[in-house]
Design a protein around this ligand. Structure first.
Ligand SMILES: Cc1ncc(C[n+]2csc(CCOP(=O)(O)OP(=O)(O)O)c2C)c(N)n1
Ligand SMILES: [Mg+2]
Length: 619
């Protein structure tokens, strides 16, 4: 057998480079490169291996391990999971900094290859710098924390373990159903050890997009459910986009007259003004989609996790005879809420259903579809009104969203993750294309926004990437502004400064509580002074263009300039912390104190007790 002698790190890198995909007839690497922050735990092992191939396999230097993993995740999401990136770190804090990002990739079902350095397998220098030292089990180390947030986890304690572990790791990353983060812990001594690897291990390997077909029985039941439905509603989740099923969905919905609502991950499944589109559904949903969801006799969830935000914590689907049909490539998701499962790829599933359904649509169905269209038009008017240009300082989030929307072209992308903005964007943002709306709302992780924007820009260099971010999220993680300058990946970042954690403050008050510990100006212990954070000066210090504006007209002007700048631009605007879109939406389960000395809390609890009666928890 022909062999090649390589270090573990060299073999790992070479194997990554051999993995390929064909996307839209282009022959591309599965891994677009790796982000890296070096320390003693990876600089001499992985660092050496990456240096050797730096011209063929790019290494990107970042500033925070969590943030670089966010960027890698955003890259994979933008490439619809067909291409991805790796992240290599040192041992200890560099490694554990990525745990939040691993959780984010896990919940969002996105591929991410994490390569944290690990303590010496030979244990000679124990305890090495940054080793935690378990008192009773020396095999339990900090990197074990990745286990619950990884779809595949391994520790490579001998070089030859790569031969069996790497194919499984790649299978997980490229599987439509098991997709998620893979963690391969790399003890620092093992990274540098060599082995005679079989040459065939490094042969080019192409990874097809797998499209599982449905079971015949499940398909028959699905056809039966859909053909009997008088008031069906499709809920399109991220799975529609990852499957590339958007065209199939558009024609299916039109042919069978089924309105389509979208989750946060599924937004963009249909162009916003498509005949069948009724907009966002759930807690952050449009009044149109939610009215239909309350009445629907069949909820046809496609590629959707049915999270509490989609189902209004199981209160939204109020028709007593509602049947759920769960078309999902992932069996785990397909049976939630007593759904009839249809386990298959979204595109394939829709095509099979299309084959089996009669094209004659009942009058009841037609009336429902026409009504849905009318409701959607009504919602567009709400959006027009709430996002319109206004005079005066301190606009609402929706008005800022309107200005960004007016500045964005058809190919551009909006990025967000946490705070009040995802709700406003879900309700009001309009996109014509899959991938035009990039809101991470599975983990809704503050600090994803700017780093995520960087990943989006790396994946879609020709689009303008608008990052809209609250002051809280900005302060939590902004270091990748410097990385975007360093890598020449321009972002347009709009910081909405409402003086603190606005959405949690509103939630707190909605639960009967006083403002406490959220806004700088209200109910926050201030022993010193309220910090007047100069976000524009801060962004400039990281190398960005920056400016502060006071009103929507100023914002529009600044956005125009930002489009012309070649560098990342940060635009700061003070916004109203109290006003959000009241139209649309749905109740969300946030438990309140059962006993309290506050009358307001007790009153809120009473309301809560009533609300939870409408939750349907039956499967
Ligand atoms: C890492 C992380 N910590 C805490 C939270 C809980 N949380 C959600 S939104 C929010 C406040 C966000 O503040 P900001 O970015 O200013 O947005 P705003 O609410 O003001 O719109 C907090 C603390 C979170 N989602 N992520
Ligand atoms: Mg804020």
């Amino acid at each position: 057998m022909k062999t090649i002698r390589l270090t573990t790190a060299q073999a790992l890198v070479r194997y990554m480079m051999a993995q390929r995909v064909i996307v839209e007839e282009r022959d591309l690497p599965l891994f677009a490169g790796t982000f890296a922050i070096f320390g003693h735990g990876n600089v001499a092992g992985m660092g050496e291996a990456l240096y050797q191939v730096r011209d063929q396999f790019p290494t990107f230097r970042a500033h925070n391990e969590q943030a670089m993993a966010h960027a890698a995740i955003a890259y994979a999401k933008t490439r619809m999971r067909r291409q991805m990136m790796a992240c290599t770190t040192s041992v200890g804090p560099g490694a554990t900094n990525m745990i939040t990002a691993a959780a984010l990739a896990h919940v969002n079902r996105l591929p991410l290859l994490l390569l944290p350095g690990d303590v010496f397998a030979n244990r000679r220098p124990d305890p090495v710098l940054q080793q935690i030292e378990n008192f009773t089990d020396p095999t339990t180390v900090a990197n074990d924390c990745f286990k619950p947030v990884s779809r595949y986890w391994d520790r490579i304690t001998r070089p030859e373990q790569l031969i069996t572990s790497l194919p499984q790791a790649i299978r997980t990353l490229t599987s439509p159903s098991d997709c998620g983060p893979v963690t391969l812990c790399l003890p620092e001594d093992v990274q540098a050890e060599s082995y005679d690897y079989p040459a065939v291990f490094f042969e080019r390997h192409y990874h097809d997009q797998l499209r599982p077909e449905p079971d015949r029985g499940e398909l028959t039941r699905g056809l039966d459910i859909l053909s009997r439905a008088k008031k069906p509603l499709i809920i399109a989740g991220g799975g529609v986009l990852y499957s590339g099923a958007t065209d199939s969905l558009a024609s299916f919905a039109e042919r069978y007259m089924i309105p389509v609502a979208e989750t946060q991950a599924g937004k963009g499944s249909l162009p916003w003004n498509h005949k069948s589109a009724v907009g966002a559904v759930g807690v952050t949903g449009s009044a149109a989609a939610n009215e239909l969801a309350r009445e629907a006799d069949v909820v046809f969830a496609i590629g959707c996790r049915l999270s509490d935000f989609t189902t209004g914590s199981r209160s939204l689907f109020q028709n007593p005879d509602v049947t759920l049909l769960g078309l999902n490539v992932c069996a785990f998701d397909s049976i939630k809420h007593r759904a009839e499962p249809l386990v298959c790829d979204a595109k394939v599933g829709l095509e099979k259903l299309d084959h089996g359904l009669s094209s004659t649509v009942s009058a009841a169905r037609k009336a429902w579809y026409d009504r849905a269209y009318g409701l959607a038009q009504g919602w567009h008017e709400v959006t027009d009104q709430l996002t319109a240009k206004v005079d005066g300082d301190c606009p609402t989030d929706a008005q800022v969203v309107g200005a960004v929307q007016r500045s964005a072209g058809a190919q551009d992308v909006v990025v967000c993750a946490a705070g009040g903005l995802p709700g406003e964007l879900h309700k009001h943002w309009r996109t014509d294309q899959p991938g035009g709306y990039h809101v991470e709302y599975g983990y809704s992780c503050m600090g994803y926004e700017i780093a995520g924007g960087l990943g989006v820009k790396m994946a879609k260099p020709d689009s303008t990437v608008f990052v809209v971010v609250g002051d809280g999220s900005y302060l939590m993680m902004n270091s990748e502004i410097a990385t975007s300058v360093l890598l020449n990946r321009k972002l347009v970042i709009v910081v909405l400064d409402n003086g603190g954690f606005g959405c949690i403050n509103r939630l707190q008050q909605g639960c009967g509580n006083e403002s406490f510990n959220n806004l700088f100006a209200e109910g926050t212990r201030v022993d010193g002074e309220i910090p007047q954070v100069d976000f524009a000066a801060h962004a400039a210090s990281l190398g960005a263009e920056s400016t502060e504006v006071t009103d929507v007209a100023g914002l529009e002007q600044a956005l125009k300039q930002a489009r012309r700048h070649s560098r990342t631009s940060v635009i700061v605007i003070r916004t109203d912390a109290k006003t959000t879109t009241q139209e649309g939406g749905n109740w969300w389960d946030v438990p309140m104190a059962e006993i309290s000395s506050s009358e307001d809390v007790s009153a809120a609890r009473q309301v809560y007790q009533d609300k939870i009666k409408h939750q349907k928890v039956d499967g």
